[in-house]
Design a protein around this ligand. Structure first.
Ligand SMILES: Nc1ncnc2c1ncn2[C@@H]1O[C@H](COP(=O)(O)OP(=O)(O)OP(=O)(O)O)[C@@H](O)[C@H]1O
Length: 563
C-alpha cells in the first residue's frame, strides 16, 4: 500500500511495535498513529498528538539486516492534563513503502515546524544556584533529553560565578540560533547586558533568548507562559525548540554622576520594591513566596520614600490604557487561533542541508520556509521587528543625560500637602492623580505585565510598544494595601486610586535621602542610587514565544472598564 497525499493530509503504512499493521497520518494539525484491523473494524488510535507537540520524525538510513525494514522514530510531547511528557515511538517501514517515506517525513516536519527552523543551535546557560538549586538536575533529566529528541545542537555552559553569563555572551561567536537560560531572571539580565556590551551589539541582540524556569520568580516565563505554566519545563523547552522571535522593549538606565549604563528588560524599582528584591535574598529557598512575605513586612513599616521623579508621560488615562491593551489582546487572540501561526523564522536561517550536515543525524532534515508572521502574505519585514532606528550591526548608540522640559510631569515625594494641587496632565482625570504630600511607598517601572506570579503590576504593558509603565504607590492606610495584595495577582490593583499609573518613554529619578535609601534595583539587581536617567529602547531585544505574544491575562480578556 503506497503512501498517498490527499489535500493537506498524508498517510504512511507502517508495521507497529506489536507487529500489527498501522498507519501514520498527518491531518488537520494532528499526528495519529493508527492500528489497522484485519476484519474491517475501524482502526484503533494508539497515539495522537497535535503537530505543535511533534518534535521530530526520523528514518534510519540503513535497513534492518534480516527483515529489510527501516526503523522510523517519532518523538513527541504528549499532553496529560496540563502537563507534557516526552514520548518516543518506534515503527517500521517496509521496503515497498520506502519511496513514499521521505515525502511523509517532510510533510510531518513541515507541519511540526510551520515556518520555523528545526535543529536549532542552542547556547544553554545553566545557573546551578538559581531558585531552589535544582537547575543542574532539571537540565540533565528534563531539558537535554527533550532538546536531543528534537535534534537541537546544544552547547551547555554552567555559570561559575555572578556575571559569568554576561562574560560568556560578551565574547561568544554569533553562530547560535538561540540563547537559553536555565535560571531565573538574573541570567536573562546578564545575557542582555553582555550582548549589549559587544562591539556588534545590534547584531548580537537579534539572537533570541529562551528562558527555562529554574529560578525563584521567573518573571519572563510568567509573561510568556502564564501563571499556571510558569514552571512548565517541557513547555519552555518547546518554546526553545519552536518559538518565534518576539521583539521586546528594553530600558537604558544611565547612572549619574558615574555615566555608567545598564539595560533593563523587566523592571526598575525604588522604595519598598527594592527591599522586596534584595531584602528577601535569604528567603530564596521559599521560591516566589518570598516576595509576598517581603511585601507584608514592608507595608507594616510604611516607610516614606524620598525622591524626585520627572516623567515624560505618553499616556495616563487608566480607562483608555486598559481599553487599548484589551483591544490589542483580543486582536492577538483572534490571530493566534492557529498554533504557531505567529511563527517567523529566525534571522540566521540555515538551510536544511546545512542543518542536516551539522545535526546529530541527517534523517528528517527539511528546509523550513520563512513565512510571513500571520501567514497572510503581507510581508512583515525585518525592519518592523527590530529597534526602529537601528540601521547597522555595530555597538549600541551611547545615550546622553535626558533634558526634561516643562512638559514633563514632576513628582516630588517630599513636598507637603499645604501647597498641594493634584498633578493632572491633560489626558488624565483628577481621580487618582498624584497629589503632593501623598507620600510615596514605592515607584515601580516595568516593561512586561507580571513581575512575580502574585503580582501583575503592569497589566496593560505590551511587548514592543516603546513605553515603560510606571506605577507610583502613595502611602495609604495599611488595610488598603493589604487589600491591594489580594487583587495584585489579577492586575485588579491597577484600578486603585492610590496606584498612580503612567506610560512614559523616559524618566529621571533623583534620590533625596541617599543615606536612608542607598539602593535601587534593575531587574532585581541592586545598584547605588544617586540619580539615573531611563529611556526606552523600543524592540531592542528578542525573546522566543510560541504564539508571538505575551500570555494574555484574564485582566485583558475582560470587556468592562473597571473590572
Ligand atoms: N555559580 C554561581 N554562583 C553564585 N552565583 C551565581 C552563579 N551563577 C550565577 N550566579 C548569580 O545568581 C544570581 C541569581 O540568579 P537567577 O536569577 O538565575 O536565580 P533566582 O534569583 O533564583 O531567580 P529569579 O531572578 O527568577 O528570582 C544571579 O545574579 C547570577 O549572577
Amino acid at each position: 500500500m503506497p503512501a498517498r497525499a490527499i489535500d493537506n493530509h498524508q498517510d504512511l503504512p507502517v508495521i507497529l511495535h506489536n507487529d500489527q499493521r498501522g498507519l501514520l497520518t498527518i491531518e488537520d494539525g494532528r499526528l495519529d498513529v493508527l492500528q489497522l484491523s484485519k476484519d474491517g473494524r475501524p482502526p484503533k488510535r494508539l497515539l495522537t498528538s497535535s503537530v505543535r507537540n511533534l518534535l521530530r520524525v526520523r528514518l534510519a538510513s540503513t535497513p534492518h539486516q534480516k527483515t529489510g525494514h527501516h526503523r522510523l522514530d517519532i518523538h513527541t510531547l504528549l499532553e496529560k492534563g496540563s502537563s507534557l511528557r516526552l514520548s518516543t515511538m518506534h515503527v517500521l517501514v517496509e521496503e515497498a513503502n520506502m519511496k513514499e517515506a521521505p515525502l511523509w517525513l517532510e510533510t510531518a516536519m513541515r507541519a511540526a515546524y510551520a515556518g520555523v527552523q528545526p535543529f536549532r543551535r542552542v547556547l544553554l546557560l545553566v545557573n546551578p544556584v538559581s531558585g531552589k538549586g535544582k537547575a543542574r538536575a532539571t537540565v540533565k533529566e528534563q531539558v537535554l533529553p527533550l532538546l536531543e529528541a528534537a535534534g537541537c545542537i546544544v552547547d551547555l555552559k554552567e555559570t561559575q560565578h555572578r556575571n559569568h553569563a554576561l562574560e560568556i555572551v560578551e565574547s561568544m561567536s554569533l553562530d547560535y540560533d538561540v540563547i537559553a537560560t536555565a535560571s531565573g531572571d538574573g541570567l536573562v539580565y546578564e545575557v542582555i547586558n553582555g550582548l549589549a556590551a559587544r562591539s556588534d551589539a545590534k547584531k548580537a541582540m537579534r539572537i533570541p533568548i529562551a528562558p527555562i524556569p529554574t529560578g525563584s520568580a521567573n518573571a519572563l516565563c510568567i509573561n510568556l507562559f502564564g501563571v499556571k505554566d510558569t514552571f512548565n519545563i517541557q513547555l519552555a523547552c518547546l518554546n526553545l525548540i519552536k518559538g518565534a522571535p518576539l521583539p521586546i522593549d528594553l530600558a537604558s538606565v544611565l547612572f549619574l554622576p558615574s555615566n555608567r549604563r545598564q539595560l533593563c528588560f523587566l523592571a526598575v524599582a525604588l522604595g519598598l520594591m527594592v527591599d522586596l528584591d534584595i531584602g528577601t535574598e535569604h528567603l530564596r529557598w521559599m521560591g516566589d513566596m518570598r516576595f509576598v512575605l517581603g511585601f507584608i513586612k514592608g507595608i507594616a513599616s510604611s516607610k516614606i520614600f524620598k525622591c524626585r521623579l520627572r516623567l515624560k508621560v505618553v499616556e495616563d488615562d487608566k480607562v483608555e490604557m486598559a481599553r487599548k491593551a484589551r483591544e490589542a489582546a483580543r486582536a492577538d487572540l483572534r490571530i493566534l487561533e492557529v498554533p504557531l501561526a505567529g511563527a517567523k523564522g529566525l534571522d540566521k536561517e540555515r538551510d536544511g542541508d546545512e542543518a542536516a550536515k551539522e545535526g546529530p543525524s541527517s534523517e528528517g532534515a527539511v528546509k523550513a520556509e520563512e513565512t510571513d508572521a500571520e501567514g497572510d502574505g503581507d510581508g512583515d519585514t525585518e525592519s518592523s521587528v527590530e529597534h526602529p532606528e537601528w540601521t547597522d550591526d555595530g555597538p549600541l548608540d551611547w545615550v546622553e543625560p535626558l533634558q526634561p522640559d516643562d512638559t514633563w510631569l514632576v513628582i516630588d515625594s517630599t513636598t507637603t500637602r499645604t501647597a498641594s494641587r493634584p498633578h493632572i496632565t491633560p489626558k488624565a482625570s483628577a481621580d487618582g492623580a498624584w497629589r503632593n504630600g501623598d507620600g510615596m511607598l514605592y515607584m515601580y517601572a516595568g516593561l512586561m505585565p507580571w513581575v512575580s506570579r502574585d503580582l501583575n503590576q503592569w497589566p496593560v504593558a505590551r511587548p514592543g510598544e516603546g513605553m515603560i509603565d510606571v506605577v507610583i504607590q502613595s502611602i495609604v492606610p495599611r488595610s488598603t494595601l493589604v487589600g491591594a495584595i489580594t487583587s495584585a495577582e489579577t492586575g485588579g490593583a491597577y484600578w486603585l486610586e492610590c496606584q498612580h499609573y503612567y506610560k512614559v518613554s523616559a524618566f529621571v529619578a533623583e534620590n533625596l535621602d541617599p543615606r536612608a535609601q542607598p539602593h535601587f534595583t534593575i531587574d532585581g539587581e541592586a545598584f547605588e542610587f544617586s540619580s539615573y536617567h531611563v529611556e526606552v529602547l523600543p524592540r531592542a531585544a528578542r525573546v522566543l514565544s510560541l504564539d508571538g505574544r505575551f500570555f494574555v491575562s484574564d485582566f485583558l480578556k475582560k470587556h468592562d472598564q473597571k473590572e
